[in-house]
Design a protein around this ligand. Structure first.
Ligand code: CP
Length: 328
């Protein structure tokens, strides 16, 4: 795949070679993200970060990633602070803002809105989440995390036993991650959710067509003795109201007692975050904090590496990093 100048809208645009390239460039970003070296390869470039839905990790790590490569970041947060609220179209907004930018990252509550926006843009647009549809950069950082967490056990991305758990209907991160996992071989994937929040049929078909062994269940149990558990939040913002979302809270609480009862010694726990820390959410218990196998904060940190890699690739500078490197 040709990255330079391309929009990053969906994981469906990647084949396995493209993923390997992204993960390889991401790994090369580690010394810059760790402040062991500097790299100003994007000196003078401008990222416009447009976030029309709440975000902490995605928005800030896009900005941090761009700054770490020497670029400038401008931000618009909330539709009420943009002229979209006056009826301007996504297409017109893109026509204007791409004239002010070298690259644009965008999150929007409407499915396929980022793709619609990209049609008006003359610079690469990166999807930071479009409604319940996709979150491609999250899935890439999730895959990077799975690969790096499995490496000490001598495992790669093929042949893993992975549990996806929680609100699989509305969770765009598990939709995108499942599509990426369909590129790998001989996986066992267990989908744990309340029946009403099951993974959409089209995503299950993608996993099945890849030849993976799929199990669908609404119970915790022996299936948690796996390589990776990927827990997700009940996506309250996608329900009609809080009361409806409350019906599903606490069904799949992952805590130390559940971990000790069902998981393997080395089962890695992931979560795209934010985790809902309110007591009634009962989702991913803080009693797991401090466990080496809890990868959630390493996972969030990997978001900087992967987003640095995507900027370098879409702006065509991934082979110039060492040229622009300086000691700290
Ligand atoms: N994982 C994730 O997308 O987090 P934010 O909503 O905080 O960006």
């Amino acid at each position: 795949m040709k990255f330079q100048g391309s929009h990053i809208l969906s994981v469906s645009q990647f084949d396995r070679d493209a993923i390997s390239r992204i993960l390889e460039v991401s790994a090369r970003m580690a010394p810059y993200a760790a402040r062991k070296k500097r790299c100003h390869v994007l000196d003078g470039a401008i990222l416009n970060n447009l976030f029309f839905e709440p975000s902490t990790r995605t928005r800030v790590s896009f900005g941090t990633a761009f700054n770490l490569l020497g670029g400038y970041v401008r931000e618009t947060v909330g539709e009420e602070n943009s002229s979209l609220s006056k009826g301007e179209s996504l297409f017109d907004t893109a026509q204007v803002l791409s004239g002010y930018s070298d690259v644009i990252a965008m999150r929007h509550p409407k499915i396929l809105s980022v793709e619609e926006f990209s049609k008006g843009s003359t610079v690469p647009v990166i999807n930071g989440g479009d409604g319940a549809n996709e979150h491609p950069t999250q899935a890439l950082l999730d895959l990077f995390t799975i690969e790096s967490e499995m490496a000490p056990f001598g495992k790669g991305l093929d042949g893993l036993n992975i549990v996806l758990m929680g609100d699989l209907k509305h969770g765009r991160t598990v939709h995108s991650l499942s599509k990426l996992l369909s590129l790998y071989n001989k996986l066992k994937i267990t989908l744990v959710s309340p029946k009403a929040l099951q993974m959409p049929d089209n995503v299950i078909s993608i996993l099945s067509n890849a030849g993976h062994r799929i199990e669908i269940t609404d119970e915790l149990g022996a299936n948690l003795a796996c390589d990776v558990i990927y827990q997700t939040r009940i996506q309250q913002e996608r329900f009609a109201n809080k009361e409806e979302a409350d019906l599903y809270r606490g069904h799949f609480s992952l805590n130390k007692q559940v971990y000790q009862q069902y998981c393997k010694e080395n089962t890695v726990i992931m979560h795209p975050l934010p985790r809902d820390s309110r007591p009634e959410a009962n989702e991913l218990d803080v009693d797991l904090d401090g466990m080496q196998n809890l990868a959630i904060f390493r996972q969030a940190q990997n978001g900087v590496l992967v987003r640095m890699a995507l900027f370098a690739l879409t702006l065509g500078v991934e082979d110039k990093l060492s040229e622009f490197e300086q000691p700290v």
